[in-house]
Structure formats: C-alpha cells, structure tokens
Design a protein around this ligand. Structure first.
Ligand SMILES: O=C(O)CCC(=O)C(=O)O
Ligand SMILES: [Fe+2]
Length: 173
C-alpha cells in the first residue's frame, strides 16, 4: 500500500466535518440468570465480520469472545489484562486483496466456571473510511478470496453504501 493511502481515506479522524461511520460502542452484556438453561454455544453477540477498516476492542476479564480460524474452528480470544485487540474489518480485507482477513467473531455465553453468568463489558472503537471513500484492492486479490469478493463485482466499494447495505442486512426492526 502506498504511503498515505490509509490516511487519505480517513480524513475524518482529523476533521470532524467529514462524514464517516467511525464510532465507539460501549457494550454491556447484563447478568444472566443461573436458573435459565442456555443451550450449548448460546451466544450474546451473533457471528459477524466488522464492516469498516480496523477495530480496537477492549474487553474485561469475563471472556466469551471467539474468533473463527481459516480452518473453521472457533477459538477463544482470551482476555489479556490491559490489552487492546485489533481486528481487521471487511473494507480493509477488500482493500488488501484479502491479505488482512476480516475474521468472523462472536460472543458466547459463559455458563461454567468462575465467570459464569457474570455481566460483561467491552468497549469497541470501529474505524471506518470516510463516507465518500471508494475502496478497491491495492494488490492482487488472493485466489482463495476471489469467490468471496464477487459480491463487490470487481468494482470500488463506496464506504457509506457498504455500511448501509450491512445495516439493512443485519437489522430486522
Ligand atoms: O463485545 C465484544 O467483545 C465484541 C462485540 C463485537 O464484535 C461488535 O460489536 O462488533
Ligand atoms: Fe464485531
């Protein structure tokens, strides 16, 4: 990626008059009733890939966040004190021709052990390109990503349109 490519599409980080979907979210997962019987693998946040460029995620020590590996296994993103977890998002993945993979992730309910049924707090900072940014791979696409990227029709993806499409696909009411 040529120097300045990322900053040229994230002018909004320094200029708040520029529209963007960059947002910080505080997620509080409330205490669970231990008398409730949750099914195996019950989830608190369904599996998804984040939509924009890069995510900074801070979580408490409760646990439950899981990431899917390339061979299809869910592995725990074990909480590490004072750590910030970095996650590549969908537009970053497209931008880098699939080299920076946007991993599927989810938050599972912890039903056993010391942290079972406890509330959980995470703080998530989603950086998105400026709304008017058009994103296109800067290097050749990885062959294994070609089918997945067909949804983008081999065209630049406008960041605002992408956000709206994802919102529509994930919101029912
Ligand atoms: O709460 C978490 O740890 C993850 C939340 C998440 O993945 C999201 O809001 O996109
Ligand atoms: Fe996420």
């Amino acid at each position: 990626m040529q120097e300045g490519t990322l900053t040229s599409k994230h002018r909004s980080l320094g200029d708040h008059s520029i529209k963007t979907q960059t947002v910080m979210r505080s997620l509080y997962y409330y205490t669970l009733n231990p008398d409730d019987n949750f099914p195996e693998n019950a989830i608190r946040c369904g599996e998804h890939r984040d939509w924009g460029t890069i995510t900074f995620l801070i979580q408490d020590m409760i646990g439950g966040l899981e990431v899917k590996t390339t061979d299809g296994q869910w592995i725990s993103a074990v909480p590490i004190e004072n750590a910030i977890l970095l996650n590549s998002e969908q537009l970053m993945e497209y931008w880098t021709g699939g080299h920076f993979r946007a991993a599927l992730h989810r938050v599972k309910i912890i039903t056993e052990g010391r942290e079972a049924h406890n509330p959980r707090q995470s703080l998530v900072y989603f950086i998105s390109p400026d709304g008017d940014a058009n994103i296109f791979p800067v290097v050749p696409t990885l062959p294994e990503k070609e089918v997945y990227f067909r949804k983008f029709n081999n065209r630049p993806v406008n960041a605002y349109d992408h956000f709206q499409r994802q919102l529509e696909a994930s919101t029912q009411y």
